[in-house]
Design a protein around this ligand. Structure first.
Ligand code: GDP
Length: 444
């Protein structure tokens, strides 16, 4: 009886320590955090470059690389040892948050980075979208060696660039890779920079948001250490690591109202009625705070916060935390719900407009709407709002009958559930139909 009551009833409200979370956060962290996705044509050297970063920034040791080198030699793939790092170092797939992508982590003096890793094959587009949906920016790897660059542009490079752009990541570092194989020729670098700038601005990137770095993932030149041989005196720009640090967003949205995206709900704790795990996408929270769960609108009190197994008093955007709540019924919570600051919650909407990139035909049709860990039934409304110019976003045609694969458009989507869902402006959404991703884009 007592136990059942505890599940539903309030625990006494815990003492709020009134922590100045922003000030505390500044004291302890000092570091920014940022995540990025690596894109580019297969074989252009994505895995090798990421392996190089993890080696140079001491995530893996030279000894483990030597071991991988032996394995690679046995497999007669000796040039792939660095690329093998990415496979051996993948963190366990964190359910919910990373969908089908693996993450790796490394830190520079100023920033903690998460690499959102999606495998580089034809069929990896859904994973790539999952990565792009969480990325602050991307690294586009292009092969500078003769002929490769040109075939890459015709290949996956175009599709990847469109996807990251449609998901709202507006900064790209272009790693002009394999410069060792291109003899560090300035002309080759300039030629690629010119062509890529033309190409990326055509899919909607602004020239000032592009950074080009000539480098070699294989030899490590200009990755974390500057190559200072005579053949590359012409280059005075940043190394890849410097470029990363300058592009990483300076402040997570920690001063904004709390948004915590729920990916797991549990009633197993002996101490607390309901515990939820989730990711703080904005704001901050502390023990004793009043919160509200959307879309249900149920209010709750934060009884405790756990991060990586430790009880803490507060947490800020960017963290993944377990929050222990009282005053709320677990039955009213679902994966994909948003826990909000009580005084400024996300509003439920029944319909929303989104600017999307279609991968397949999009018509007025029933779809699954995915946003982060949320998945809900919905419907693309008739008529479609507009077909847009992929670069400028200008309306090319009103009320088109259909958006074809590769086209950018504006549509209105209605949730099946009358209550709607708390999707806010700027949220990244993915539309699926019969298990296939048919479109991705941003809520307007
Ligand atoms: P991915 O498919 O884009 O991940 O490419 P990989 O990292 O697997 O690399 C494909 C091939 O290119 C491998 O044989 C690598 O050793 C080679 N490669 C990668 N980076 C470089 C580089 O900077 N210089 C040279 N010469 N080869 C490289």
């Amino acid at each position: 009886d007592g136990v059942a009551a505890l599940k539903i009833n309030d625990l006494p409200k815990p003492k709020r320590r009134k922590v100045d979370v922003l000030a505390e956060h500044k004291k302890v962290s000092g570091k920014k955090s940022a995540s990025f996705v690596v894109i580019g044509h297969v074989d252009h050297g994505k895995s090798t470059l990421m392996g190089r970063l993890l080696l140079d920034l001491n995530v893996i040791t030279q000894r483990s690389l030597d071991k991988l080198q032996k394995e690679a030699n046995t497999l007669k793939k000796s040039s792939f040892a660095l690329a093998f790092i990415m496979d051996s170092n993948k963190d366990e797939r964190e359910r919910g948050i990373t969908v089908d992508i693996a993450t790796s982590h490394f830190s520079t003096d100023s920033t903690n980075y998460t690499i959102l890793d999606a495998p580089g094959h034809q069929d990896f587009v859904p994973n790539m979208i999952a990565g792009a949906a969480q990325a602050d920016f991307s690294i586009l790897v292009v092969d500078a060696s003769p002929n490769s660059f040109e075939s890459g542009i015709r290949g996956q490079t175009h599709e990847h660039a469109l996807i990251v752009r449609s998901m709202g990541a507006s900064n790209i570092i272009v790693a002009v890779n394999k410069m060792d194989a291109a003899h560090w020729l300035q002309d080759r670098f300039n030629e690629i920079r010119e062509q890529m700038t033309g190409f990326l601005t055509k899919v909607g990137f602004k020239p000032e948001n592009l950074v080009f770095v000539p480098l070699s993932g294989l030899t490590g030149d200009n990755v974390s250490k500057r190559r200072d041989d005579a053949d590359v005196k012409w280059y005075t720009g940043p190394t890849l690591v410097n470029a990363l640090d300058s592009i990483a967003p300076t402040e997570r949205a920690i001063e904004k109202p709390l948004r915590l995206e729920v990916f797991d709900i549990s009633t197993d704790s002996q101490l607390y009625p309901v515990s939820i795990s989730g990711r703080l996408t904005a704001g901050n929270m502390q023990v004793g705070d009043d919160v509200i769960a959307m879309p249900s609108g149920d209010t709750a009190i934060i009884q405790g916060i756990t991060i990586e197994g430790n009880d803490v008093d507060w947490a800020v955007a960017g963290s993944i935390a377990t929050v222990h709540l009282s005053g709320v019924d677990a039955e009213h919570l679902r994966q994909g719900d948003i826990i909000c600051a009580r005084d400024s919650p996300a509003q439920n909407v029944r319909t929303f407009q989104a600017k999307i990139l279609a991968f397949e035909q999009v018509l007025p049709m029933f779809v699954e709407v995915h946003a982060g860990t949320m998945s809900r039934e919905g419907q693309v409304k008739m008529p479609l709002v507009a077909l847009l110019d992929e670069r400028t976003g200008d309306v090319k045609k009103k009320r088109p009958k259909v958006l074809n694969g590769g086209e950018v458009g504006r549509v209105e989507v209605e949730f099946g559930d009358e209550k709607g869902a708390p999707v806010e402006k700027g949220r990244r959404v993915v539309l699926r139909y019969e298990g296939r991703t048919i479109a991705a884009g941003l809520v307007e």
